[in-house]
Ligand binder design. Sequence first.
Ligand code: HEC
Length: 291
Amino acid sequence: MKNTKYKYLLVAALYFLGGGNWAHAQDATTKAAAKAGGFSFQELLFIIVFLVIIAAFLTVWKVVSSMLKSQQMQIMKEQGTPVTEDMQDVGGFSHFWKKLTDAVPVEREEDVMLDHDYDGIRELDNKLPPWWVALFYITIAWAVIYIGYYHVLKLGPLQAEEFEIKMKEAEDQVSAHLATLGAQVDENTAEKKTDEASLSEGKKLFELKCAACHRADGGGLVGPNLTDKYWLHGGDVKSIFKTIKYGVPSTAMAPWANQLAPDEMENVASYVLSLQGTNPPDPKAPEGKEE
Ligand code: HEC
């Protein structure tokens, strides 16, 4: 029974010494945290709260059990039963606990009783519990390590730097996301796409948004014929992208920048180009110059 208690403590201690890093070793986003000594602040806080809860639980359990035991010993004494070695419980976990608290057992309270007595209230001269004193020294040691690590050797990022790192990571994520949306495409980088998926997406958009003025087959109605070689504003993919994006001021051709994503404009521009030479029936007369 006592041995299993030790075993659990050992396993927990080994895990914490391992830095709790096992789970995160490959995770790029915790690199900054790993740099700061194995734990992120939240993890550290969680561990401390966890330990405090365990300590509180052990304390309550210990107090209750020692109260029960002294009660039991009292009764045994009254009945004249000899108190066995086992009852006094030396060694094992209790021994360890005694070392931690250095508490004077209730039976020997007289030894630490101070001699003053105020209205029947007397005082015990207990030692500070060693666990508490140890905690105090640990905080001092921790402060030295912390200052050495962060401020003298400058091995870890301080708050401001950590903030920069996180912001940089977030920016990278945003630009990676925008890149997948095709948001980087503009009139200088637009390419003529020829793959099936892009063209059918372009066709869908064209029939939905553009056919009213350019006719579903591109033959032209209010807007010019888009299937011939004649262009008012240029017939390469970059020029067409530009016309779609910014529109043609003071004509029915409105700017589409706010309604279509850049890659959608690229797709629809590519689709417009794919209409070249389709010769739809009854086309609108050529406008602009031949290209
Ligand atoms: C409300 C009517 C209307 C809609 C809707 C419309 N256009 Fe136009 N479009 C025009 C007009 C009018 C012009 C001619 C502008 C000018 O006179 O310079 C034009 C011009 C163009 C041109 C330039 C042609 C050239 O000869 O240089 C392209 C390319 C074009 N539109 C593509 C589109 C696409 C793609 C859409 C859909 C996203 C679209 N248009 C939606 C009316 C429209």
